[in-house]
Ligand binder design. Structure first.
Ligand code: ATP
Ligand code: MG
Length: 624
């Protein structure tokens, strides 16, 4: 039997890196060690691949599998992927890439409700964006667990006939009661002892819609006294009248997840089935089921093996799809892709790059025990990636006008002097000429309000007006460099009726333009960023902060809504240099001295203003 795949000419494995089977250069971890041992021992070397998922007979007719290993990422299409999924994606796709294997994308759509094309499309886009192809080629279709319903049904009939499964007509409450608990063995169902033929007849009645939802279930027949409660005859099929997005009304019985998942893995010839720790207790059933179906020649040997790793817990972040959905539906954020959301679409809109998320996944590694990763680790990875890539630019976030009172006299009335600065301090080799930014300076420029202090705190090195010291001696105003422009000397400021500063005043020191001979003769203690009033542009800048004030917002019984940060978004109007005014949607920049910002992908322009999102500050501020 082969499972129909809605696809392309061939789904034969084309390993993405057939010649690298060592994973060289990557830090090792227990999963890499397992895979390396399996490759060395030839555990999976004899496997055949039938070109698509299928049963034992289908794969027996195939070719030796050119994929050295097969892993899978099996999302349920009931929400947007989040940073925890990014860890799982980078892990599964990364292992397949590094060991000459193939990673499958499989939509786990055995649950008839909640499927939504919006989620399906977003999951596909997200994985591509992260840099991965599924199922062995760039244009392959993902697999769907619901394509395996026919096989799952056939396998269930086999289990019944072989005496490994039975229909239980106890009520839900009786089943729960008779399951026992840690200290108490379970009690056999009175229906357990019927003949396979009786169970098979009942099971077919279930399939044919002769019984009410919940009236009976199919259970595996294992051991009601097992110390592992998951082996006390787990339910494997239930009656549920629901229309399925793929199979419509064909079925009124649906497989349980614990039954479906191992079968999905086996039909796809997965070698290493990697999941999170909460499935550890399910592993004995996973192995039991596949052994039975291999005995019955329904599935090819050797079976996939399940390995568990610790899920990602990130401080200040929630990674439950249900809770993230609540934030969206209760309008606590502006959507799934709100830049404060830990969804991958949110992180992308915030300015995260695929490389930064891959780096993050690599850096946190995989372990077998749960722990919390500090949010600053994620931010550090973005900073590290953008440091090399993001073009620099000047932006004034809290603008105040600076007037160069002698400009017209020394430079000429209305004169604008062109200035230039490198777009990248360390341009990558081969980019010739290195990119540069161009802007101009004139009589008026915008500076950050924080760069002027009438009464400076100790150690302050920026603009300070002239003063008289304690001994009555006149102290001249400070000299600073307008970075990439001229040295200026502060002469004072103007104020409005309320005493608020309206303008900072200074004089320009002629012949000090950056990059001209002799410009360094006047030493200054500071250089400040600025934007010329003549060609600066207003921009909307969205200053994001952490979404929660509590490092573990949903730990224990806490209501995470109560720890929402009321100040997680502040919108300001900044002045940016011309090179930033023409940013392309999604382009990242370093606003010098301020941090990394991204031109918003969604509303890239508001009115006539370009829109930028704060991605991450220049320095780690989480400890403060
Ligand atoms: P949620 O609880 O948010 O709904 P889920 O585990 O139900 O998440 P699925 O779509 O079923 O989400 O998960 C797809 C894959 O992603 C699974 O293999 C799961 O192990 C993995 N995954 C989900 N959350 C995390 C996480 N926080 N860290 C690592 N892997 C994760
Ligand atoms: Mg799930």
């Amino acid at each position: 039997m082969s499972i129909p795949t809605p696809t392309h000419p061939t789904l034969d494995a084309k390993p993405t890196a057939a010649d690298t089977n060592t994973g060289a250069g990557k830090p090792s971890n227990f999963l890499r060690q397992i895979i390396e041992a399996d490759l060395a021992n030839g555990t999976y070397a004899q496997r055949q691949w039938g070109g698509s998922p299928g049963d034992a007979a289908h794969h027996a007719k195939g070719q030796p599998d050119s994929a050295k290993i097969r892993t899978r990422f099996p999302p349920e299409p009931n929400g947007y992927l989040h940073v925890g999924h990014a860890k799982s994606i980078c892990l599964n796709f990364g292992l397949a890439r590094d060991y000459g294997g193939v990673c499958h994308l499989r939509f786990d759509d055995t649950n008839p409700e909640k499927e939504d094309v919006e989620y399906v499309n977003s999951i596909r886009d997200t994985i591509k964006w992260l840099g991965f192809d599924w199922n062995g080629s760039a244009d392959a279709e993902p697999y769907h667990a619901s394509d395996y319903f026919d096989f799952m049904y056939r396998a269930a009939e086999y289990l019944i006939e072989a005496g490994h499964a039975y229909v239980d007509e106890q009520t839900v409450a009786q089943i729960r009661e008779n399951r026992g608990d840690f200290g108490k063995p379970g009690v056999d169902s009175p229906y357990r002892g019927r003949t396979p033929a009786q169970h098979l007849a009942r099971f077919r009645e279930m399939r044919d819609g002769l019984h009410e939802d919940g009236a009976m279930v199919l259970r595996a027949k294992i051991d009601m006294a097992s110390p592992n409660i998951n082996l006390r005859d787990p339910a494997i099929y239930r009656i549920r009248r629901a229309t399925h997005h793929n199979t419509g009304d064909k079925w009124c019985i649906y497989p349980m997840y614990t039954y479906a998942h191992p079968i999905e893995d086996a039909l796809e010839q997965i070698t290493h089935s990697i999941c999170t720790l909460e499935f550890e207790d399910q592993r004995p059933f996973y192995d039991w089921l596949l052994e039975r179906l291999i005995e019955g020649n329904l599935l090819a040997a050797p079976p996939p093996r399940q390995y568990e790793f610790a899920r990602l817990n990130l401080t200040y972040v929630i990674t439950s799809k249900r809770k993230l959905a609540q934030l969206v539906y209760d309008h606590k954020v502006q959507g799934w892709d709100d830049p404060r959301m830990p969804t991958i679409v949110g992180l992308r809109r915030r300015g995260y790059t695929p490389e930064s998320l891959q780096l993050f996944a690599e850096r946190i590694g995989v372990t077998k025990s749960d722990s919390w990763i500090d949010y600053s680790t994620l931010e550090g990875c973005l900073r590290e990636d953008l440091e090399l890539k993001a073009h620099r630019g000047f932006a004034v976030l809290n603008p105040v006008k600076l007037v160069l009172t002698n400009w017209d006299d020394v430079m000429g009335a209305g004169h604008l002097e062109p200035c230039t600065q490198p777009a990248l301090p360390n341009p990558p080799a081969g980019v010739e000429p290195p990119p540069r930014r161009h802007f101009s300076i004139g009589k008026e420029v915008w500076i950050d309000r924080e760069d002027f202090e009438e009464v400076p705190p100790k150690g302050y090195k920026r603009l300070v007006p002239p003063s008289v010291d304690a001994s009555g001696k006149a102290v001249p105003g400070s000299k600073v460099r307008l970075k990439g422009g001229y040295v200026i000397e502060c002469t004072g400021c103007s104020k409005d009726a309320n005493g608020a500063i309206t303008e900072v005043l200074a004089t320009v020191v002629p012949d000090t333009k950056s990059g001209t001979p002799g410009s360094e003769t006047i030493k200054v203690k500071a250089a400040i960023t600025w934007v010329g009033a003549a060609n600066g542009r207003q921009a909307e800048v969205r200053m994001y902060d952490r979404l929660f004030v509590d490092a573990q917002p949903d730990a224990g019984a806490k209501d995470f809504i109560e720890s929402l940060n009321p100040n997680s978004l502040k919108v300001i109007t900044a002045i940016v240099e011309p090179s930033l005014a023409n940013a392309k949607a999604g382009q990242q920049f370093q606003f010098e001295r301020h941090g990394y910002f991204v031109a918003d992908r969604v509303d890239h322009v508001q009115g006539s203003k370009p829109v930028f999102n704060l991605a991450v500050g220049l320095k780690d501020s989480w400890g403060k």
